[in-house]
Design a protein around this ligand. Structure first.
Ligand SMILES: Cc1cc2nc3c(=O)[nH]c(=O)nc-3n(C[C@H](O)[C@H](O)[C@H](O)COP(=O)(O)OP(=O)(O)OC[C@H]3O[C@@H](n4cnc5c(N)ncnc54)[C@H](O)[C@@H]3O)c2cc1C
Length: 410
């Protein structure tokens, strides 16, 4: 995050996260995750908790720091160089914790939120199904009431932490006949209730997070594990999309910045035609373009952070931040690879891994296309709601604004 935007407290926290990213994870661990010698980064969560970096936005009484997104986003950016999976594992308590702090009962908070923020329990979220992620409300995992319990049947896929999480926050159809937005409830499902991992995916990047398909074969879950109101999943979904997208917007900027830094340093040392390649405008302008894009993305993400913290309408700006920042990260890491030439495409440098990792950011937590859908939709609504006379009517400034016969719309 741009220093000028941060308070002294936020800077201190950011610096702590920077130190954590520099020292707490060995290069061997990242390599082993990428090669899938490590299926899930057990132990990482405890280290984060011990460093005091979990629960930044959550109340102190549950182990949080009681700050806002302007504090959390820079911390996630610092986690970016550790790659998408550790960035995600850093962010998961923020996402699952959003549902628990806002909608959970006191008992659920004590049983799940508090140990999660201490790094003693690992969480995962299960929204996406084999039949689709974008069309979330078409979910087919069903819950049938049985006395004071629910019986869950169905499958979720692409779940980070399928291998490794202690509990899952699962979206389930509990009223299949109701309109989609009033048909889903949210449950905490502990792994040991019988959650089956049916498939672990071979991924292009972002490996080592235990991403897989999980199945619920008639799993019995008590009513007390329901989060929020029955069939009120839409409410929780909309709230959780804030941390989903704010965390997704934040981490990739840190990953892309690290790749750019490496490439820019390389460009000062690597020579071609007797000169450091930095001296070729084609190279240095790529650096300039990349830095500009990253700073613009940081500005937009900060604006989204301020907007959410202020409790203002945020859906458009958060969607813009997610879409723009993840697309910028992709462009920047691609520039970094181009700057480094052939060696950038090899495993001698970690640019190729960053490129494989970061591609995911434009897909998960809502694709770029879904973000565009939200952005245009929100904007058209704002346009409609705007008072007609609150700003200049520029239409009248055209030379032939009076040519009403030419203003044909159908
Ligand atoms: C490695 C990885 C980890 C993941 N982790 C998790 C996780 O932990 N938990 C979880 O719940 N999910 C997770 N996901 C799922 C991810 O969020 C979904 O893949 C994503 O939301 C897209 O859903 P889909 O793959 O079903 O694609 P689809 O929804 O089938 O979309 C396919 C294409 O159609 C486009 N499309 C669909 N609908 C529209 C529309 N209305 N307008 C315009 N375009 C549209 C999409 O943009 C996309 O290009 C993960 C995915 C991956 C790959």
């Amino acid at each position: 995050m741009l220093d000028v935007l941060l308070s002294p407290e936020e800077k201190k926290l950011r610096d702590k996260a920077r130190e954590f990213a520099r020292t707490a994870v060995s290069p061997e661990m990242l390599k082993d995750m990428d090669q899938e010698k490590i299926v899930f980064p057990f132990g990482f969560h405890k280290k984060v908790a011990e460093a005091g970096l979990y629960g930044i936005r959550f109340p102190k009484k549950y182990g949080g720091l009681g700050l806002g997104w302007t504090a959390e986003s820079p911390v996630i950016q610092e986690m970016g160089p550790l790659g998408m999976v550790l960035g995600c594992q850093y962010s998961m308590p923020s996402i699952v914790g959003e549902a628990l702090t806002r909608f959970g009962t006191e008992e659920q908070k004590q049983k799940f939120l508090v140990p999660m923020l201490r790094g003693d329990l690992v969480s995962a979220e299960a929204l996406t199904e084999p039949r689709g992620g974008s069309d979330f409300f078409g979910a087919t995992t069903v819950g049938r009431r049985d006395g004071n319990d629910w019986i869950l049947t169905g499958a979720k896929r692409f779940i980070v932490g399928a291998e490794g999480a202690d509990f899952f926050l699962v979206y389930v159809k509990t009223a299949p006949e109701a309109p989609p937005h009033a048909s889903i409830s949210v449950f905490i499902v502990e792994r040991d209730r019988g959650v089956k991992v049916e498939h672990i995916f071979g991924l292009m990047g972002s490996r080592g997070g235990g991403t897989g398909r999980i199945a619920f074969h008639e799993i019995r879950v008590p009513q007390e594990n329901m989060v929020g109101p029955e069939n009120g999943g839409a409410l929780i979904f909309n709230q959780m999309m804030i941390p989903e997208r704010m965390t997704s917007a934040s981490g990739p900027m840190g990953g892309a910045q690290a790749a750019l830094d490496l490439a820019a340093e390389y460009s000062t040392k690597r020579k071609a035609f007797g000169r450091p390649i930095r001296k070729f405008q084609a190279v240095s302008f790529k650096v300039a373009e990349s830095m500009t894009l990253l700073d613009a993305a940081r500005g937009l993400v900060y604006l989204a952070a301020r907007t959410v913290d202020a409790g203002l309408p945020h859906r458009r700006i958060v969607s813009e931040a997610k879409k723009y920042s993840t697309e910028v990260a992709w462009q920047v890491v691609n520039n970094a690879m181009q700057i480094m030439g052939g060696i950038g495409y090899t495993d001698v440098y970690p640019i190729e891994r960053a490129l494989r990792d970061l591609r995911l950011a434009m897909i998960w937590t809502g694709t770029s296309e879904i973000m565009s859908n939200l952005i245009q939709h929100e904007y058209y609504d704002e346009l409609k709601a705007r008072a007609k006379d609150d700003r200049r009517n520029v239409e009248l400034d055209a030379t032939r604004a009076d040519a009403t016969a030419e203003k044909v719309y159908e």
